[in-house]
Design a protein around this ligand. Structure first.
Ligand code: ADP
Ligand code: MG
Length: 293
């Protein structure tokens, strides 16, 4: 491959909103056959909003939200931002938190007033032997069946309610998936979120293969396993939890709207966070290398 043609390719990429770390990246781009896509912030906008506050028993909605927001102040996750924003918008008091712990991909814990609070996925509550009353589980599964993300809020040994978060699919995502298919690539949706929510998003954009409820460390293993099966894998992601998988993939594409850690781990940055530029990058490399050979 002549270095000049490759440099022209990377220059053209920059014009198209695709920042390529070096000319050699175009080589691996050309061979890709599988595209693994993170859900939150990649296929969806990642700007979650609080859709419902569902307290159970004698807890009030304001109490549930105030307590949850106190702990979520310590987290930068889209779920946490939505909860904090909603509490602020409702004029709820900001309570201090002590002993904050972030359980990546599962939730958070902290002490608010006299309460030991846990917020997150059902597994996190199980791990700490926190009871999940039937009413809480029913509210959670109902929310998840509509494609929303539900997190449990618990204190002092029992789940006290559910916070339901809505995240919209980006307007360009469905078209982006159609373009990837047209290039002969297989898209796979990969997420730490629950399977019902993941499927709903996948259906909206036309993805058949879904791998859900994967912990941050597990994303790396999914990429490795696909590579062991002989696939040449592109990974597209935006979060801290995607960084290891982006580095492991044959081609890592980071959303320019995402975290610095993801951008550093990737080979290509999609400047505008528009998923259609994944296809642009692959077309560009095929064309560039096509002219060389
Ligand atoms: P994704 O792969 O879609 O980016 P993550 O792996 O970041 O998702 O998170 C997976 C799940 O863990 C979330 O859907 C949520 O249920 C839970 N979770 C993560 N962080 C938090 C948090 N700060 N508060 C509550 N729940 C959280
Ligand atoms: Mg993400």
């Amino acid at each position: 491959a002549t270095p000049t043609a490759l440099l022209v390719g990377t220059g053209r990429g920059a014009q198209l909103g695709v920042l390529i770390k070096g000319p050699q990246v175009l080589e691996s781009t050309r061979r890709v056959d599988t595209v693994v896509l993170d859900k939150t912030g990649t296929v969806t906008t990642g700007t979650m909003s609080l859709a419902e506050v569902l307290p159970v028993g004698d807890v009030t909605a304001d109490d549930l939200l105030t307590t949850a927001a106190a702990v979520e102040h310590g987290s930068e996750h889209p779920v946490a931002r939505a909860i904090v924003t909603a509490a602020t918008d409702r004029g709820l008091p900001r309570e201090p938190v002590r002993h904050f712990v972030n359980h990546g991909g599962k939730g958070v814990q902290g002490t608010v007033g006299g309460r030991e609070v846990t917020i997150g996925r059902p597994e996190l509550l199980d791990e700490h032997s926190i009871a999940q009353p039937q009413a809480v589980t029913a509210a959670r599964t109902a929310a998840e069946s509509t494609g929303r993300t539900a997190v449990l809020v618990a204190w002092d040994g029992t789940a006290r309610g559910v916070l339901v978060l809505a995240d919209a699919v980006k307007p360009t995502s469905a078209e982006a998936i159609t373009e990837l298919r047209a290039l002969g690539l297989t898209p796979i949706l990969l997420t730490g979120d629950n399977i019902a929510t993941a499927r709903t998003v996948a259906d909206q954009v036309g993805i058949e293969n879904v791998i859900a409820e994967v912990l941050p460390a597990g994303k790396l293993d999914v990429v490795k396993q696909l590579q062991d099966e002989g696939k040449v894998v592109a990974m597209v992601g935006d979060g801290v939890n995607d960084a290891a998988a982006l580095a492991q993939a044959d081609l890592g594409l980071a959303m320019g709207t995402g975290t610095d850690v993801a951008i550093e781990a990737g080979d290509i940055t999609l400047v505008r966070g528009d998923l259609r530029t994944v296809a642009t990058a692959i077309r560009l490399s095929r064309r560039t290398l096509g002219t060389i050979r």
